[in-house]
Design a protein around this ligand. Structure first.
Ligand SMILES: *Cc1c(COP(=O)(O)O)cnc(C)c1O
Length: 382
């Protein structure tokens, strides 16, 4: 068995990635391509293993957070284009050149620094310019009240940079109420206005991209060169309770499991775990499971009735989640013993627990819950 030498682990079903990639391709125009976002270790799924599988699915462009993520992909054999979506400290500019990595130019000042470095060392730094159409995070501000097209033009004209693309980022593409729809539509308009203004002064903007996962789901018809899904190729959205305009069929590629370490009966009145928040009102059967908040299972989900799966049946967590362990009530579930597999997220028999349920109880979105899964939890690839 996969689990025999570990206490808590994830299983990543790489074979489902191609299905999810095809679902994205069905949504978008045939002329648009996919830049797979694999930042933050592919939201905990393992960036190298997933990127290699994505290459097999025809992906030729990756997005990451940082220079170390980009270099790690290169050193593990990823030869496709890689764009760092965020900031790289100037001290690491040499690595951009050495590993042929595309950098986001987050401002004119930053691009000028990159240009000065490139000039001094007689090299070219390649990258995409970011325009801020409403996120107010990074990028040259191109919004209604403040529109710095001259700065964008000036980035393109820096002689030692190869500015081969341009992008922006949605802030509310997951919300479909009128106000937020208007905001997103205005972001699209502003991005198009930037592209038009560039062409008017004779600049060909290069590779254009705008949509994250919800941008794809809710605005699938946009015809830019690339879309930038992270969640979708992993088979999830931020929260499956959020309404979307399209009806795709994504399959989560991640399951999260742990071993039972001990099974016991507890008598009426006996309390379980730190804080004694669970007290047995009658005789109960309890299993201790070898997973806790140091594995990334959120402690704030304690005592909220979250149910895991064991022997194909639901069993609630009882008492506080500990650092390395938790307890579940298995009263009525037959033959549970040490070494049995508990499914924290995923399928067991005909039942399924989606990570969305865990995220909602933790008052967050799947994006964050996935990132919580600790590095000590082995990723086992199927
Ligand atoms: C993280 C990120 C994405 C991917 O977001 P998802 O919601 O996972 O699709 C796309 N673009 C940028 C700039 C990002 O930072």
């Amino acid at each position: 068995m996969l689990n025999s030498d570990t206490r808590a682990w994830t299983e990543i079903d790489l074979s489902k990635i191609s299905h999810n990639v095809e679902e994205v391709r069905k949504l978008i125009p045939s002329t648009s391509k996919i830049m797979a976002i694999v930042k933050a270790n592919a939201y905990g799924h393992g960036d190298v293993a997933c990127a290699k599988e994505l290459v097999k699915c025809g992906i030729d462009f990756f997005g990451v957070s940082s220079i170390d993520e980009a270099v790690n992909l290169r050193e593990n054999g990823i030869k496709e284009e890689i764009l760092i979506l965020g900031y790289t400290p100037p001290i690491h500019f040499p690595l951009l050149v050495k590993y042929n990595i595309l950098q986001t130019f987050v401002s004119l000042e930053y691009a000028q620094k990159a240009n000065a470095f490139a000039k001094a060392y007689d090299v070219v730094i390649r990258g995409h310019v970011k325009v801020d159409t409403g996120m107010s995070r990074i990028g040259i501000i191109c919004q209604d009240h403040e529109y710095h097209i001259d700065d964008v033009v000036n980035v393109y004209r820096l002689p030692n940079l190869d500015v081969c693309g341009i992008f922006s980022h949605f802030s509310v593409s997951d919300y479909l109420d009128e106000e937020n729809k208007r905001f997103t539509e205005n972001q699209i308009k502003l991005f198009d206005r930037v592209l038009d203004d560039l062409r008017h002064v004779g600049i060909e903007p290069g590779t254009k991209h705008l949509q994250n996962s919800y941008g794809i789901l809710n605005y699938p018809d946009l015809k830019y060169d690339y879309v930038r899904p992270g969640l979708l190729w992993m088979g999830v959205t931020s929260d499956d309770a959020i309404e979307i305009r399209t009806n795709p069929d994504f399959i989560p590629i991640l399951s999260w499991k742990a071993n039972v370490s001990l099974v016991k009966q507890i008598q009426p009145g006996v309390s379980v775990s730190y804080g004694r928040h669970f007290k047995a009102s009658e005789t109960r059967k309890v299993a201790t499971v070898a997973i806790g908040y140091a594995d990334g299972f959120p402690r704030c989900v304690s005592n909220k009735g979250y149910q895991v799966l064991i022997h194909g049946q639901y069993a609630p967590i009882i008492g506080n989640v500990c650092m390395d362990q938790m307890m579940i009530d298995i009263t009525g579930i037959e033959d549970v013993k040490e070494g049995d597999i508990v499914t924290i997220v995923g399928n067991d028999g005909d039942k399924q627990i989606k990570i969305d349920e865990l995220s909602r109880l933790a008052n967050t979105i799947n994006n964050e819950t996935l990132c919580w899964i600790a590095s000590r939890v082995p990723r086992i690839y199927k």
